[in-house]
Design a protein around this ligand. Structure first.
Ligand code: DGY
Length: 425
């Protein structure tokens, strides 16, 4: 019988397209931003050269202004919509590969530290030049984040498209999305529902709004200043900010390891700004952190996983720790597997529909990491253990139904395999 660790490595090998990894065959045939960062950590558990290569292929798509795009279209494929013909971003970075025009959570910096710790532990001193190159790309991307997505210096970075959050159809975006028109000039040719049952995916009306937003930003020629002023969807997102803050702390650690004292001051300033911003988003009613709709000026009081992600960056006080622990336990009550990405007692909860309830292994990985950082080790261990067992039972699925434990979405998913490899270590 094949052991599950070997099976996880096999998934990564099968999804390897020559130095970069697709999230899964067919449904997602290119290199995705945060998927790749998680995947590189999975590779680092058994093949550090390949782990570095994953990030190296990814930075080939970095834009001249520093942005890391959310998709790198290394080779053409017609199994995904919207492709490069819809994005039309060719002018935004000096050379191929073509890319999408928006970004995704900056897990890259966290991954780079993970990889470099592995290098240090194994004495691979030949990796220094490669590490420097990746560090510089990460630093440029963090600068882009603060300039382009926090021009008012709130210490909170904004998403301009739900796809940027990675949690595309989360109830957190419902109210803000209602303001986005459903009209599009582009013909919408969804490919995702050819691979996965439509009941597990965003609805057609969501896609109309997603594509409308792409068209607005395409008309801004992807210029960050124009996009900021024309955006019909603009959310200062605590999940994104927390990942950026944590990645910034990881770059600070890298800069001190690599004796890059010039970068340190800038990174410390960035980090402090983001930590202050995040701390200001605690919400006693939700018992977690909440994002801010920058157009309506309203707090987004929806109970989604976003509320817990700031644990990866912050040191909570003892009350916050207690409330968050109680809240996570409440969300998991009666579930075969936690943590649901939308609270099961919420009217928005749908146990099978993408980001409206299902459990995602990488989200559990992040939250468990945040719990550990905040001395909630017992709960972290339970979440990690449950994640490992659901994967062992249901396979390397894209996400899992919290009520039944059933595997959903695409199968043979790279980041689920990576989560298994890292959590099982
Ligand atoms: C999709 O196409 O489903 C993605 O989540 C967008 O990145």
């Amino acid at each position: 019988m094949i052991n599950v660790t070997d099976a996880a490595r096999t998934i990564l090998a099968r999804n390897d397209r020559g130095g970069y990894t697709v999230p899964t065959d067919g449904l997602y045939p290119f290199q995705w931003n945060w998927d790749s960062a998680f995947v590189s950590m999975g590779f680092a558990t058994f093949d550090i050269d390949r782990a570095y290569q994953e990030l190296e292929r990814f930075i080939q798509g970095q834009w001249n202004n520093g942005m890391f795009p959310h998709i790198i279209f290394h080779v053409p494929s017609d199994s995904y919509f919207p492709g490069p013909d819809v994005w039309q971003t060719d002018q935004c970075h000096s050379k191929k590969p073509l890319t999408s025009g928006i970004t995704q959570p900056p897990v890259f910096g966290m991954a780079l530290r993970f990889l470099y710790e592995t290098v240090l532990a194994t004495g691979r001193h030949d990796m220094l030049a490669r590490t420097h190159t990746l560090f510089n790309a990460a630093l440029r991307s963090h600068r882009w984040w603060l300039e382009a997505r926090d021009p008012d210096k709130r210490g909170l970075v904004a998403i301009l498209h739900p796809w940027e959050s990675g949690s595309d159809n989360s109830p957190a975006w419902d109210e803000a999305l209602v303001r986005v028109p459903t009209t599009t000039k582009t013909e919408i040719c969804r490919q995702d529902t050819k691979h996965v049952n439509a009941t597990m995916r965003p609805r057609n009306i969501d896609y109309q709004r997603f594509i409308h937003l792409v068209e607005v930003y395409r008309e801004c020629q992807w210029d960050p200043i124009k996009q900021w002023s024309h955006a019909p969807f603009k959310i200062a997102d605590v999940q994104m900010t927390a990942i950026l803050a944590r990645a910034t702390a990881d770059l600070i650690w890298m800069a001190s390891q690599l004796n890059l004292s010039d970068a340190l001051g800038e990174l410390f300033t960035m980090h402090q700004l983001l930590i202050n911003g995040l701390n200001s988003r605690w919400n006693q009613h939700i018992r977690g952190f909440v994002s801010l709709d920058l157009i309506s000026g309203k707090d987004i009081e929806k109970p989604t996983q976003t509320c817990f992600i700031p644990l990866i960056a912050l040191e909570l006080d003892s009350y916050q720790r207690k409330f968050i622990q109680e809240e996570i336990e409440r969300w998991c009550q009666g579930m075969v597997i936690g943590i649901p990405t939308t609270a099961p007692f919420s009217p928005d909860f749908e146990s099978k529909r993408y980001w409206r309830g299902p459990v995602w292994a990488v989200i559990n990985w992040l939250i468990a990491d945040g719990l550990r950082k905040n001395q909630l080790k017992e709960l972290a261990t339970i979440i990690e253990g449950n994640t490992i067992s659901v994967i062992e039972r249901a396979g390397f699925c894209e996400y899992f139904d919290p009520i039944t434990g059933e595997g959903l979405g695409g199968n043979t998913f790279s980041w689920t395999a990576a989560a298994y490899l890292v959590l099982r270590r």
